[in-house]
Ligand binder design. Structure first.
Ligand SMILES: [Ca+2]
Ligand SMILES: [Ca+2]
Ligand SMILES: [Ca+2]
Ligand SMILES: [Ca+2]
Length: 368
């Protein structure tokens, strides 16, 4: 009887002893001041500046394969790293940043630097690879060049994943973030990957794609070719099957107020006038099309991330002046600045004012 009694009491006794022991340890840590340095160390760590390693590759000059850009990043702020390092180190993940239209090399570097600052602000220290392509030409030429760049970027991505896998035994994650007409480069890249036999036999995938304010027709993410044909400049190709096959998570960040993408009653009207259709970045995929499942493809409204700031690149000029009214800027409200997705730069000292839609990108990376 008494034996059973002791056995029942024993767990409670044990808990009491453990609690007393914990109390003793913590109180002695407090009194000796040992616990305070631990708290201090934790808060100091969260204040440490996040650094994003900058790489850049280019196909400008109609190069058949992207080459590593030497020299410095935007405004000589830092040296660009050699891409060969990536192929040797194979970090767990990289983010390829693709710019839009119609940018020269300096402007491309400015976009990559803004993306870098926003990622640092959002404390996501992923190495970035800026993809600089020859977009500083007419809209029609730039569309053609964007298409041609897809297979080139596809081969680069394949070589990277393949080298890391078979020479360093590492599975690396490749993410892509593309702005505006850069979306056309990326859709063409997915088709290009699908055409690389060894990409398929290795079962490689792109970890995530973010299109930010994509300037491609709103049916191009369909899996059914018969969904195209609703406008006079259609490509007669849809990319939904490539999205589904090659990408783990695909995000379309759209903005109904974007001044390059929205249809408007009064000029200037850009994408809808150029193409006779609504862009994917205006209000998401076209209603009724056969898009990939929502486990892979998602539309996200980022209108409120585009603050009412008319100078995102810090050149003291309105990012999109009204060509019909001298001295008038088309950016007057939240959501309107098509150039704000990568963030906003101060015209006074070049630092970041706001991270644009990049916090949404980072949030999706952390929690797909
Ligand atoms: Ca359409
Ligand atoms: Ca169309
Ligand atoms: Ca500007
Ligand atoms: Ca933001």
């Amino acid at each position: 009887m008494s034996y059973i009694h002791i056995e029942k009491q024993f767990p409670q006794l044990l808990i009491f002893v453990i609690l007393a022991f914990i109390l003793l340890i913590t109180s002695s840590l407090f009194s000796s001041g040992l616990l305070f340095p631990i708290i201090k160390a934790v808060s100091a760590q969260s204040a440490v500046t996040t650094t994003v390693q900058p790489y850049e590759i280019t196909t400008r000059g109609n190069l058949p394969y992207p080459t590593s850009v030497q020299g410095n990043g935007y405004n000589n702020k830092y040296p660009l790293l050699n891409v060969q390092q990536l192929f040797n180190n194979c970090p767990n993940e990289i983010a390829i940043i693709v710019h839009g239209w119609p940018l020269n090399e300096t402007q491309a570097k400015e976009r990559f630097d803004r993306a870098k600052m926003s990622l640092e602000h959002d404390q996501y220290p992923v190495p970035i690879v800026g993809f600089s392509w020859e977009s500083n030409t007419t809209w029609t030429n730039a569309k053609q060049i964007a298409n041609e760049n897809g297979p080139k970027l596809a081969h680069f991505i394949f070589d990277y994943k393949n080298t890391c896998k078979h020479q360093h035994n590492k599975d690396v994650n490749v993410r892509i973030v593309a702005h505006s007409l850069g979306a056309r480069v990326v859709l063409s890249t997915l088709e290009g990957l699908n055409n690389i036999a060894a990409w398929n036999t290795n079962h490689f995938k792109i970890t995530s794609v973010h299109l930010m304010g994509p300037a491609v027709d709103d049916e191009e993410v369909s899996r059914n070719p018969s969904d195209t044909g609703d406008s006079f400049l259609d490509d007669d190709i849809v990319y939904g099957k490539f999205i589904q096959k090659e990408v783990v998570h695909f995000f379309n960040l759209y903005d109904r107020e974007d001044n390059m993408l929205k249809p408007a009653l009064f000029p200037p009207v850009y994408y809808p006038a150029f193409e006779g259709d609504l862009p994917l970045g205006y209000q998401g995929k076209q209603a009724g099309i056969d898009s990939p499942p929502s486990s892979i493809y998602r539309d996200i409204n980022v209108e409120n991330e585009m603050r009412n700031i008319d100078d995102s690149d810090g050149d003291h000029k309105c990012d999109l002046p009204n060509p019909f009214i001298p001295g008038s800027c088309t950016i007057n409200a939240v959501g309107e600045n098509h150039l704000g997705y990568f963030g906003f730069r101060s015209a006074v000292n070049g630092t970041l004012i706001d991270d644009g839609a990049m916090n949404v990108v980072v949030s999706n990376w952390r929690n797909p």
